[in-house]
Design a protein around this ligand. Structure first.
Ligand SMILES: CC(C)(COP(=O)(O)OP(=O)(O)OC[C@H]1O[C@@H](n2cnc3c(N)ncnc32)[C@H](O)[C@@H]1OP(=O)(O)O)[C@@H](O)C(=O)NCCC(=O)NCCS
Length: 170
């Protein structure tokens, strides 16, 4: 799997050495407020997440950790084509890092993988993610109620899609 360099970031495959940095993120209640699973409680949960990410079949998806100045600050990816997923450490929010990382990810998805479109499934309360995706050109294509049950609480979904500029698939 390739790595991607942007102006400030390195997007690269995860390794087992990233568990501690990723655990800081996946155990953070603010970062996980609208995630499809509860915050990680143990390092073992994050180790399992890293193992799953590392075992993604490259024909089916790809996930990158996001490194800034040698520190892992998050992850972005298409863990299962064409579904996008992303999370950054709250101490890195608001500096344009997510937009920079996702712009590179989307370019690769369209130019290298030739995906006709990219999909996102976002909790309607997740204003930061909705703002980010719409800023990147994603459009809302649907809504659904009670799609995810996280620790006994039902959450809803807003579905968004970004079409490849030269794609005719709807
Ligand atoms: C969503 C997330 C990745 C944004 O990260 P970020 O690095 O702060 O985002 P950026 O600084 O690159 O912001 C890019 C755009 O996102 C939007 N945005 C970011 N934070 C926002 C907020 N709190 N409210 C509304 N829009 C917001 C803005 O449109 C912004 O564009 P602008 O800078 O031109 O105003 C981060 O909040 C996060 O990790 N959230 C938790 C994980 C999550 O919910 N993932 C999605 C699951 S579907």
């Amino acid at each position: 799997m390739a790595s991607i360099k942007t102006e400030r970031l390195l997007l690269r495959p995860a390794s087992i050495n990233d568990v501690a940095d990723l655990h800081d993120i996946f155990s953070n209640p603010d970062a996980m407020a609208f995630w499809s699973t509860p915050p990680h409680v143990s390092l073992a949960e994050t180790e399992a997440w890293v193992a799953t990410t590392m075992s993604i079949d490259p024909r089916e998806g790809e996930d990158f950790v996001v490194e800034c100045c040698g520190q892992v600050i998050g992850k972005v990816g298409l863990y299962q084509f064409p579904e996008i997923g992303f999370i950054l450490n709250p101490n890195s929010w608001g500096r344009g890092y997510a937009r920079e990382a996702l712009t590179a990810l989307i370019d690769r998805a369209f130019l290298v993988h030739r995906l006709p479109s990219i999909d996102a499934d976002v909790d309607p309360r997740n204003e930061a993610s909705l703002g980010l995706l719409q800023r990147l050109g994603f459009q809302v294509v649907g809504h659904a109620l009670r799609t995810w049950n996280v620790e006994g609480v039902w959450c809803d979904s807003v579905y968004l899609r970004l079409m490849r500029p030269d794609s005719k698939v709807s």
